[in-house]
Design a protein around this ligand. Structure first.
Ligand code: NCD
Length: 309
């Protein structure tokens, strides 16, 4: 297969396993490019990309911008981080701006689930969802799977536990879709109040005992508690959360095998993982960041080649 089955990247749930394989093969090539002395290719000189960030972001925004620049695209940036963005108004404004700027591709982060789908229906541009509320974050899940594949050889049959705030995490949902599609076994682990009731319908199992989950898995993906998406308390205190669901070196050393530790960032050191774990050889957190650029280059390149046709 040489092209994606989709014209937009709105969520992992719209992709096929072949799409993921194609993205990874393309990312392998771009990973080689970004390790060259001249880290740039002229592929997208005729493409204009708008990065629209209606929600805070550091690494995702920088990673997309770097990926776009390494493909030689023209890039414009718009950030309006605000929790009071009203969906209808702002997105209609966005649509009109995009139409008049004649951009080919839009990378958008937005607090409302479904914002990317909405935009894709109203704008004649290719849309990449860079996180829509607590819904999906497809490029994060792709770079996570790519990093597991790089470390362990393949995803098929691997056991992955996603730990933490599953309820509010778009990283969790996109990872579940991506890992299941590629044949991994997936568990989620966290306080019962932060695990949605429907989760088992997605083909994952629930484990509330972190030690048991870690003994079972090959990979633990540690998520940040999304305090900004909570209006009430879901657990008694941060200290108690850390005692039950935080990973520290002592806990890892007590397992009879070495597991891979992942984190999408930003890390709350001392809450979901301690510094000695985050900085240990077992953690592939910085590989995830590096792979993020190659994977995003691949997604942008493959979607752009569909525009050009
Ligand atoms: C994640 C996000 O924004 O959803 N971060 C990221 O994209 N690297 C996870 C988080 O904020 O905890």
């Amino acid at each position: 297969m040489s092209e994606l089955s989709v014209n937009h990247l709105l969520g992992i749930k719209y992709l096929t396993e072949e799409d993921i394989n194609l993205i990874f093969e393309t990312a392998d090539h771009f990973k080689e490019v970004i390790n060259r002395p001249i880290k740039k290719v002229p592929s997208l000189r005729d493409i204009t990309i708008a990065n629209l960030f209606f929600e805070n972001s550091t690494r995702t925004r920088l990673s997309f911008e770097l990926a776009e620049k390494r493909l030689s695209a023209d890039v414009i940036n718009f950030s309006a981080a605000s929790s009071s963005v009203k969906k209808g108004e702002t997105l209609i404004d966005t649509v009109n701006n995009i139409l008049s700027m004649k951009v080919d591709m839009v990378v958008m982060r937005h607090p409302n689930p479904g914002a990317g789908v909405f935009l894709s229906k109203h704008v004649n541009a290719s849309i990449i969802n860079a996180g829509d509320g607590a819904h999906e974050h497809p490029t994060q899940a792709l770079l996570d799977s790519y990093s597991i594949r790089e470390k362990l050889g393949e995803i098929q049959g691997k056991k992955v536990v996603i730990v933490g705030d599953i309820l509010h995490s778009r990283v969790a949902l996109s990872n579940i879709f991506a890992l299941k599609l590629q044949g991994a076994e997936v568990k989620v682990c966290g306080p019962k109040t932060l695990i949605p009731k429907y989760i088992e319908k997605l083909g994952v199992t629930v484990e509330t005992d972190l030690t048991k989950a870690l003994k079972w898995c090959d990979v633990a993906n540690m998520l940040r508690v999304q305090n900004e998406r909570m209006e009430i308390s879901y657990f008694p205190s941060t200290r108690e959360y850390t005692q039950q669901f935080g990973v520290n070196k002592r806990l890892l050393d007590s397992l009879d095998k070495e597991i891979v530790i992942m984190h999408p960032g930003p890390i709350n050191r001392g809450v979901e993982i301690t510094s000695d774990v985050a900085d240990s050889k077992q953690a592939i957190i910085l590989d995830q960041v590096q792979n993020g650029v190659a994977v995003r280059m691949a997604v942008i390149y493959l979607l752009a080649s569909k525009i050009k046709q």
